[in-house]
Design a protein around this ligand. Sequence first.
Ligand code: HEC
Length: 158
Amino acid sequence: MVTQFKIFLLIIALLSPTVIFGHTVTLEDKSLEEIVNNRMALMQKIKSISSQISKLLQSDDYNTIIELNNTLLNSAKEFKEAFPEGSQYKTASEAIWLTKDEPDNPDKVDTFLEFNNKFVSDIEMISLSAELEDNQMLNDAFKQMAANCGACHKKFRN
Ligand code: HEC
């Protein structure tokens, strides 16, 4: 009985690499799901905050605009890092992974990196114009920022 139990333990021990490997694959699948869900959630947040800001463009509530815009800025920065190697998935174009890490080159305006950097700097312009309480500049900056949505989707969404 004891010998049989030892043999049983030995078999378990020999099988465990397979078990661990099987477990790793599952974990990776789960984290891919998490990565994709996270970046979708970021985009939903970006959409919602942009819409909230757009409703305040004719107001003089610059403090609220700055507060919302800070969240927008953080979400855009986070989004930029939301495409690690191996997280290719359906709606995101393969072109993202081919161009997301290229060195910042002003001549290469068509890379995912450049689209993200432009998005971030256009968001920063909104904060600047709100700090200056310049309504005309604010409206122009918002329009400029919003143009990034369609431009990036056209190029990097399947
Ligand atoms: C730098 C590129 C880029 C910019 C700028 C950008 N998006 Fe996206 N967006 C994407 C990509 C890529 C996806 C698809 C992500 C994926 O499939 O993993 C996406 C997905 C989305 C989705 C779908 C999310 C879901 O749950 O299915 C919405 C909504 C969205 N974006 C809204 C916006 C809005 C609104 C703006 C502008 C305020 C914007 N995006 C700016 C690249 C961008």
